[in-house]
Design a protein around this ligand. Structure first.
Ligand SMILES: *[C@@H]1O[C@H](CO)[C@@H](O)[C@H](O)[C@H]1NC(C)=O
Ligand SMILES: *[C@@H]1O[C@H](CO)[C@@H](O)[C@H](O)[C@H]1NC(C)=O
Length: 255
């Protein structure tokens, strides 16, 4: 517990040489570097993870802790861009729901090009050996869209939000897919999961889907970024398990 708190606190402190906030063509991007590499000493042809965040964005401490952990445990270059042009939702979100004006600023026709621009920059800067996509909630939809376009070759999608069956169909068969889902998630519940799995079962690529559930409130939407109940053992286990599963999926399938 103390260790976890320390990690979270670390992510919010001034950045070490292992991670940096950078400005890529006017876009703020959080980069976690593998091994002894850094912005000044870039890794050569790294296996790269494009981390697509939830609505709280790339500056939120849990997202940065996640990027650091994925980079460290997989020896990956992790690139986590600002998907919202400086306009993330502050945590916790308003109980009244998201403002329609905010939603209108972050729809597919606006967000897709932001991601394509970042992928182009990754390719230019690092000539990566391969790129995987790790997406959470809002980002859990966009990793499917990136997979369908061949921008990434392997994905992990945790508790996706606004992910349609058409988007799953477009990504299915394009690369290995892993889901990490909360059973009673209003954003992606049991019916959505069963439909998604039918599509994946039909595809020619490896896939896996892990569901987290439990008595009472169990494990809730968002669990793979923030523990459902901080400090509670099952919530902390689910967060760590989902992160470890993402890393081992990328180690298994990325070239
Ligand atoms: C990136 O740098 C440009 C040019 O110096 C600056 O105008 C812009 O505000 C910066 N953007 C971010 C997100 O830091
Ligand atoms: C599975 O594939 C068959 C043949 O391509 C297709 O007709 C069917 O609709 C697919 N089912 C799902 C659930 O995608």
């Amino acid at each position: 517990m103390k260790f976890l708190l320390a990690l979270t606190a670390l992510a919010a402190l001034p950045l070490s040489s292992l991670c940096a906030l950078e400005n890529w063509s006017g876009r703020s991007v959080y980069v976690a570097y593998p091994g002894k590499s850094s912005a000044k000493k870039p890794p050569k042809n790294p296996q790269t993870i494009l981390l697509l965040t939830d609505i709280f964005g790339h500056l939120s401490p849990p997202a940065q802790a996640l990027a650091n952990k994925i980079s460290k445990s997989g020896n990956f270059l992790v690139v986590m861009p600002d998907l919202f042009n400086g306009d993330p939702i502050p945590f916790p979100p308003p109980a009244t729901g998201l403002d329609p004006a905010w939603i209108a600023q972050h729809t597919e026709p606006l967000v897709d090009p932001r991601i394509t621009e970042v992928v182009n920059n990754i390719n230019k800067k690092y000539k990566p050996r391969s790129i995987g996509g790790s997406g959470y909630c809002f980002g859990g939809k966009y990793v499917f869209r990136a997979l369908a376009k061949g921008e990434v070759s392997v994905i992990f999608s945790a508790h996706p939000g606004l992910l349609s069956l058409e988007e799953i169909q477009a990504g299915a068969g394009k690369g290995p897919i892993q889901f990490a889902l909360a059973d009673e998630d209003p954003a992606f519940g049991t019916a959505a999961r069963i439909d998604a799995e039918a599509v994946l079962r039909n595809s020619s690529m490896p896939w896996t889907s892990t569901v987290y559930d439990g008595p009472g409130a169990g494990i809730a939407h968002g669990f793979a970024v923030r523990p459902t109940v901080p400090g509670e053992k099952y919530s902390e286990w689910a967060l760590n398990k989902a992160t470890d599963d993402a890393v081992s999926w990328f180690k298994l399938w990325l070239n």
